[in-house]
Design a protein around this ligand. Structure first.
Ligand code: GDP
Length: 206
């Protein structure tokens, strides 16, 4: 599925704009600048699919991507949709924007049975921060399966990656909805991408 061309189908500012439920949905969340757009583009081997300019204050939308070539009008739905969630954690974000983010994301997490997993991206240089922790709690509360993906592992040395994987796994022990395995990736070096693709395929085939 990752060798096909993918297309952007819509940006969803609130629940009533969601596309018809059907495809297994795999969502991606992370702090702004974590490398989410780069990772999505690397997964589908397509530069410029997810915009890499997630500027603060931009409209907060869930961006939907599907593999091309399915004719929805003929009832031929794609087996999967990737959902790029708006980034969080801008230092200068006003409270109203944080509240809007939480409302949209929580509505989506609670109200979308076809959502199969959320990949929560964590920058290898920073590890899990307070606002990441808040998002993990939100996911636990919504009882949505999620898995941690470390990004930009090329920015730290291999032993530091190993230590971060261990420390992060230990921290996840107190999160009931977390999948225990941590994925380490670098979009820059194309490492860990096959493992992530395989994990996604396993989830959608469950
Ligand atoms: P987003 O805001 O989460 O969508 O983050 P972007 O994908 O736009 O990436 C933010 C910055 O991190 C950009 O300057 C990217 O070039 C850089 N970046 C993303 N992934 C990697 C990676 O795997 N390695 C390195 N070294 N830099 C990365």
């Amino acid at each position: 599925i990752f060798n096909r061309p993918w297309i952007f189908i819509r940006g969803v500012p609130s629940m009533k704009f969601l596309p018809p439920a059907g495809p297994a949905e795999i969502a991606f969340a992370g702090r702004s600048n974590v490398g989410k757009s780069s990772l999505i583009n690397a997964l589908v081997q397509q530069t410029g699919l997810a915009r890499t300019s997630n500027t603060p204050g931009r409209t907060q939308e869930l961006n939907y991507f599907v593999p091309d070539g399915y004719n929805g009008d003929m009832g031929d739905l794609p087996p999967i949709a990737l959902v790029d969630m708006p980034g969080y954690g801008y230092a200068e974000a006003p409270k109203a924007q944080v509240d809007a983010w939480t409302a949209l994301v929580f509505d989506y997490l609670r109200g979308r049975p076809t959502l199969k997993r959320v990949y929560v991206l964590i920058d290898s240089r920073h590890g899990i921060k307070k606002n990441d922790e808040d998002v993990l709690k939100l996911l636990d509360k919504a009882a949505v399966s999620y898995q941690i993906v470390l990004t930009k592992t090329d920015k730290i040395k291999p032993p530091a990656v190993e230590k971060l994987v261990r420390d992060t796994a230990a921290l996840l022990a107190k999160h009931p909805a977390a999948y225990p395995e941590i994925l380490a990736t670098s979009s820059e070096k194309s490492s860990g991408l096959d493992e992530l693709r395989q994990a996604i395929v396993t989830v959608i085939n469950q």
